[in-house]
Design a protein around this ligand. Structure first.
Ligand code: GDP
Ligand code: IMO
Ligand code: MG
Length: 432
């Protein structure tokens, strides 16, 4: 058996959680391979909405599905306890179905302080992080100072923890950060208490588990977080997250060899959104952008921050498809464009020196207002002006919308296999 991957092709929030939940019943295992509580994955079914952050989106699937938090993930025990306890209260037997890699790294309270201090230092040039301590935790991992989930089983954990905290405090002092020692002491106590709960889970070497599972004929769906344009290597650096969000991240984040990978589902919205700072070539600063935000409810699942909105960017999309080797596309949220007469799609950029390119460039600059220094060149397609949210079969979709899908497939060179027409699990069309 091969492991399939589902990941975002844009700047995150493409609808990964929804589609993992839809596909999960076809798999034996769902595994998160990177990111942490910076993610917010929304699932809707039976009139209820659930937002998952560190826990895989396979937890609601009926049947004996195992969910894995892989070694590539960074875990905050306090946020994990909150998320897990809510799921258990909803009747999900998480202790039975969840396995956590002992090699996943721990987000400490001082990582969050470092995240905030780093952003404060950058002033107007800040990344606009989620403030969850993601960057400092991955920095510690790479500089070989990190604490891992397996460390909490060590009798000397308190000493290991104190050494790491003290190192962070020295760094914070050098950054002239003001530390509320009372609040920190409270957060530390809460964090240490949450470790007790974390210890009650199956903490193991999940790389053995996933490889044996594949060898025994079981199937795996690897769930990405964030999106390709936020990847640490290929995203719009430095306005990125601190992990490899691309397909290669599933290999390192779970311990799977490239030869184990099967399909790569690349998920994207019919338009683009971005949260936080950084260049966004097709961003709309006008009423159309407002309209997309309002109809698409484009506000952060966790932070509630306004998402910046813009037209679909095929230059960035083709780049993402190339980097990930996407075999299947999943088109989300087209229903948001139901009332638009004309739909624009960016096919190339005019660079500041006047040359036109359809290859994503090394660096897209942007001014203080966030406006990118490349000019998008658009094709204009006729809108379908039909409510598509009730469609459950491809044959029920209007011709103009089917033409729009064919246009994307032609320009990207990969078939669209799933079309989502609303947030609910049921509002999904799987093409044959
Ligand atoms: P993720 O981080 O990739 O899992 O995506 P988010 O959950 O952060 O954001 C996607 C948002 O769009 C959520 O509010 C979903 O409920 C919603 N959504 C997903 N698919 C569709 C769709 O096809 N149409 C509409 N209108 N909303 C959708
Ligand atoms: P999901 O999985 C959208 C963005 C932040 C910021 C940058 C770095 O729900 O798609 P970080 O806290 O990771 O250091 O922030 O990345 N970002 C996301 N944007 N969706 C996400 O996750 C994101 N996770 C991080 O807004 O610009
Ligand atoms: Mg999200």
């Amino acid at each position: 058996m091969k492991a399939d991957i589902l990941l975002g092709l844009q700047w995150g929030d493409e609808g990964k959680g929804k589609i993992v939940d839809v596909l999960a019943p076809d798999y034996d295992i769902v595994a998160r391979f990177q990111g942490g509580p910076n993610a917010g994955h929304t699932l809707e079914f039976d009139g209820h909405k659930h937002i998952l952050r560190s826990i895989p989106s396979g937890v609601f699937a009926k049947g004996a599905i195992t969910n894995i938090i892989g070694n590539g993930v960074v875990l905050d025990p306090v946020l994990f306890r909150k998320e897990a306890a809510e799921l258990e209260a909803d009747g999900v037997d998480l202790h039975e179905i969840l396995r956590i890699s002992k090699k996943a790294h721990l987000i400490m309270p001082t990582h969050r302080l470092l995240d905030a201090a780093g952003e404060a230092q950058m002033g107007a040039g800040k990344i606009g992080t989620t403030g969850k301590g993601i960057g400092p935790t991955y920095s510690d991992k790479i500089s070989r100072h990190g604490l891992r989930v397996g460390d909490i089983l060590d009798d000397n954990f308190d000493t290991i923890y104190a050494a790491a905290r003290d190192r962070h405090l020295r760094t914070l002092k050098n950054m002239d950060a003001v530390i509320d020692t009372e609040a920190l002491a409270k957060n530390e106590q809460e964090w240490l208490d949450a470790l007790e709960y974390l210890r009650s889970f199956n903490l193991s070497d999940t790389e053995h588990y996933v490889n044996k599972a594949l060898s025994n004929g079981n199937s795996i769906l690897c769930e990405g977080a964030q999106g390709t344009m936020l990847d640490i290597d290929f995203g719009s650096y430095p306005f990125v997250t601190s992990s490899n969000t691309v397909a290669a991240g599933a290999c390192t984040g779970l311990g799977l060899a490239p030869s184990r990978i099967g399909k790569v589902y690349g998920i994207f919205k019919a338009y683009c959104t971005r949260v936080g700072s950084g260049p966004f070539p097709t961003e709309l600063f006008d009423a159309t952008g407002e309209e997309i935000r309002s109809i698409g409810h484009e506000y952060g699942a966790v932070t509630g921050r306004e998402r910046r909105c813009g037209w679909l960017d095929l230059v960035a999309l083709r780049y993402s498809v190339m980097i990930n080797g996407a075999t299947d596309l999943i088109l989300m949220k087209s229903d948001v464009l139901d009332t638009f007469d004309t739909i624009k799609v960016c096919t190339a950029y005019r660079l500041p020196d006047g040359t036109v390119t359809s290859d994503f460039p090394y660096c897209v600059g942007h001014n203080a207002e966030g406006k990118a220094d490349v000019e998008p060149i658009y094709d204009e397609l006729p809108g379908w002006l039909t409510d598509i949210s009730a469609a459950r079969r491809e044959s029920e979709l209007p011709q103009a919308f089917r033409d729009y899908i064919a246009y994307i497939e032609k320009h990207v060179g990969v078939p669209v296999s799933i079309i989502s027409v609303g947030p609910d699990r049921e509002e999904t069309i799987v093409r044959s």
